[in-house]
Design a protein around this ligand. Structure first.
Ligand code: AMP
Ligand code: MG
Length: 402
């Protein structure tokens, strides 16, 4: 038996170096993995500008009377967003709008709510602002040369906005991994087909394909393998020709009908691990030619759990992500688990209204309703009974599925 941590580190060590790099337009870059760090080529914003609709003033020109009002000043300029940089004429103020460049000589902006326009066209202010008030300074967001985004992150919508703000029309990203997905088993039928006696529907393949697509890979649906050695061997060998990673579910236990194991051994190399987690257990990593192979258990919940805890980090590392490890938070248990397993266990769970971890009533490894009805996994350490109020590690799906 291998601990989950050992299995994870062994996998991460085996992950291939990141894929080739390509340049893609910002509009196509959402969710892609950044291949090179990006630095700001200029200060952002590039010029001091107004944070308000109001009046740009030179503080030295403002004198308050006993009532707190300033003596009236004429409007010497009108500056809107997009206008070029100007100079504030002496002894005057400038009407200014949000985003407009602060004229040279001005050192504060007074919001229009604190200004009164007189019939003679001059302006009186009800307060004198501090130096720099309502001015967004040049470089206040980013300074020239500062790292805007680091290589190895997955680009979010906010990141795309940031890249646009420094003028990048395109960005260097890693090519997506090509991942082949197989299910296996003579008992499996496809949705739409009639079920015969003893048969079940192939639920793992659409699930695993969805998980792989969520990681930003190009997924190939290579169908369901029958429990026959030759067919399995030939299908895996063909998939290895044009994929970076081959994923299968089922067929990696020790039974006579588990032909995937033998087929990978025949075509390349295979390590079969018994990972000490529940659900989970049989897990295989191997190579066929240039392609990496990972074999997940057939039980749907086991496949889900091993995907998010083992396959996902491997795929992310191979995709070029700098931080592929699953993220957990410590939370209070809102449940009792008095009879722990001798293996580390992962229950289908969620966070309840009080911020504590709740668990799904059905925890059997065959039952996909527990996965669909959960929002994360909670860890029960091996041989450790849990009582309400204990601290437990919770792995939320939002972090685990992308
Ligand atoms: P195996 O590892 O192939 O012995 O499969 C273990 C269990 O998972 C068996 O009960 C299989 O019927 C079930 N199973 C395997 N593959 C799938 C699949 N793609 N969809 C649903 N159940 C599956
Ligand atoms: Mg099988």
């Amino acid at each position: 038996m291998k601990s989950l941590d050992d299995a994870l580190w062994a996998l991460i060590e085996r992950a291939p170096s990141p894929p080739a790099v390509e340049s893609v337009a910002l509009g196509q870059a959402l969710g892609r993995v950044l291949a090179e760090s990006v630095a700001a080529p200029f200060d952002v914003p590039a010029f001091d500008n107004s944070q308000m609709d109001g009046y740009a003033v030179r503080l030295a020109d403002l004198q308050a009377d006993a009532s707190g009002n300033t003596s009236p000043l004429p409007i010497g300029a009108r500056i809107a967003a997009g206008d070029p940089l100007t100079t504030l004429p002496p002894e005057s103020v400038a009407r200014i709008f949000t985003g407009a460049p602060i004229p040279a000589g001005a050192d504060a902006v007074i919001m229009q709510e604190q200004a009164a326009l007189q019939p003679d066209g001059r302006v009186v202010f009800s307060a004198i602002p501090p130096l720099g008030e309502n001015i967004r300074p040049r470089g206040g967001d980013l300074a020239t040369g500062q790292t805007v985004l680091s290589a190895g992150i997955r680009l979010s919508a906010a990141d795309l906005g940031l890249l646009a703000s420094v003028g990048h029309p395109a960005v260097r990203v890693y090519k997506p991994l090509r991942v082949a997905v197989f299910s296996s088993g003579n008992e499996l039928r496809q949705p739409g087909q009639a079920l015969g006696s003893g048969q079940i529907y192939d639920s793992n393949r659409p699930m695993v394909m969805g998980l792989v697509a969520g990681l930003g890979c190009e997924v190939s649906d290579l169908g369901c393998l029958p429990d026959r050695f030759e067919v399995t061997r030939d299908a895996l060998a063909a998939a290895a020709q044009d994929h970076d990673i081959i994923l299968t579910c089922g067929g990696v236990s020790v039974g006579e009908e588990d032909h995937i194991k033998a087929a990978v051994q025949d075509q390349g190399e295979l390590d079969l691990w018994k990972v000490a987690i529940k659900p989970g257990r049989p897990f295989a990593h191997g190579r066929i030619g240039q392609a990496h192979f990972m074999g997940m258990p057939g039980n749907p919940v086991s496949a889900w759990v091993t995907f998010v805890l083992l396959v996902r980090p491997f795929v992310l590392k191979a995709s070029g992500l700098a931080d592929p490890m699953p993220e957990a938070v410590w939370l209070q248990a809102g449940f009792d688990w008095p009879k722990p397993d001798s293996r580390q266990e992962f229950l289908r769970a969620w966070i309840d209204d009080e911020g504590r971890v709740g668990i799904h009533a059905k925890q059997n490894s065959q039952l996909l309703s527990s996965v669909s009805g959960s929002r994360g996994l909670v860890e029960i350490p091996a041989k450790t009974p849990i009582q309400k109020g204990d601290q437990v590690r919770y792995f939320g799906y939002p972090g685990l599925l992308t």
